[in-house]
Design a protein around this ligand. Structure first.
Ligand SMILES: [Zn+2]
Length: 338
């Protein structure tokens, strides 16, 4: 069985010792993702970002970058941040990844891509719709698209492709021989009707190419508005098509139990909706991949606080650097010089 593992994104906590046992997060990655599939038929493709990674006691950003955050989440930053030239960051990333990961066929460390160059950027910003920031959405799909191009240009034909990111912890392992990769199915961490979680995806090459080329179609979900309903009355937590004619959000009345107090969030342009809607349009059924996954943050999510964020950002070492908060909340959203 010819297999490709396609890894994308910022390394973030990949090289960081885990709080639970002191072992680096990548050891969990090797045990769960690589080692169960390691033989001569495995090729690894990597598209990494030059910014935002832990190495040897610091979180690294490059000189021309911005330090990024969402919703004032302090767990997205490590206690100590270091700013280095692009070449230095790239050298660390390439050296460490080649040391740790076997069977690497393609390794690209991306620097200098501007999300604003994407044709749908303005449309996303001005859509009035929510669910994702335009920058993170475009940046993520750009790296996945880079992997898609590397795989198609290689002319290799794979029976299975597993797409994963660097900063996750897995409570199980992916033995690709266990799955049936027929047409019309992809394996994911789970779905909620039209919403498909995006931390990993597996499928045959034909199916995976549809999702790995989503970069070409980002923003198409604005044609299909959806909202996440969370009702404290009946416990419903579901993603619903947004029928503006019926305007079900009026008075925050739950369409199922008719009580007030339900909460509606627009998630039309989220990455999860892009994938879930694409599956419907392509006649593909997302199935559960059987492996539980969580994003492993720089700090416990329970330690999240604005005070901690401000303490990290007030460090002398990053004075003068640009900080951006990609929150959809207008109170937190914005950029400033530290
Ligand atoms: Zn309800």
């Amino acid at each position: 069985m010819r297999k490709a593992i396609a890894i994308h994104g910022n390394l973030r906590t990949f090289l960081m010792p885990m709080r639970e046992n002191g072992s680096p997060l990548y050891q969990n990655f090797l045990d769960s993702v690589i080692n169960p599939n390691l033989d001569a038929d495995l090729d690894v493709y990597i598209s990494a970002d030059v910014n935002d990674f832990y190495y040897d006691g610091y979180q690294y950003y490059t000189e021309e970058s911005v330090i990024e955050c969402t919703n004032n989440n302090s767990f997205r930053l490590y206690d100590k941040i270091k700013i280095v030239p692009v070449d230095e960051a790239r050298e660390i990333i390439e050296r460490e990844l080649r040391r740790i990961i076997p069977n690497v066929k393609y390794l690209n460390v991306i620097h200098g891509f501007e999300a604003s160059s994407h044709p749908a950027y303005e449309k996303l910003l001005n859509s009035g719709m929510a669910g994702a920031g335009a920058e993170p959405l475009i940046n993520q799909n750009h790296k996945i698209y880079d992997l898609y191009k590397a795989i198609t240009e290689s002319k290799e034909k794979y029976d299975a492709i597993l797409r994963v990111r660097f900063d996750c912890i897995y409570s199980g392992s992916f033995d690709l021989n266990r799955y049936n990769f027929h047409d019309g199915v992809i394996y994911t961490p789970g779905t909620k009707t039209i919403f498909c979680f995006d931390w990993y995806m597996m499928g045959n090459q034909r199916n995976m190419e549809i999702f790995m080329s989503l970069y070409e179609r980002i923003g198409y979900t604005t044609e299909y508005q959806v909202w996440l309903l969370e009702c404290t009355g009946c416990g419903t937590r579901s993603v619903e098509d947004w029928d503006k004619e019926k305007n079900p959000r009026e008075g925050n009345i739950c369409p199922f139990c008719k009580t007030t107090g339900s909460h509606f969030s627009d998630i039309t342009i989220s990455s999860e909706h892009h994938i879930g809607r694409q599956a419907i349009l392509s006649g593909i059924s997302p199935s559960y991949g059987g492996v539980h996954v969580a994003v492993y943050r720089y700090d416990e999510v329970s330690n999240d606080s604005v005070d901690k964020l401000e303490r990290i950002l007030s460090s002398e070492e990053i004075k003068g650097h640009k900080f951006v908060n990609y929150s959809v909340d207008p109170k937190s959203k914005g950029e400033r010089i530290l």
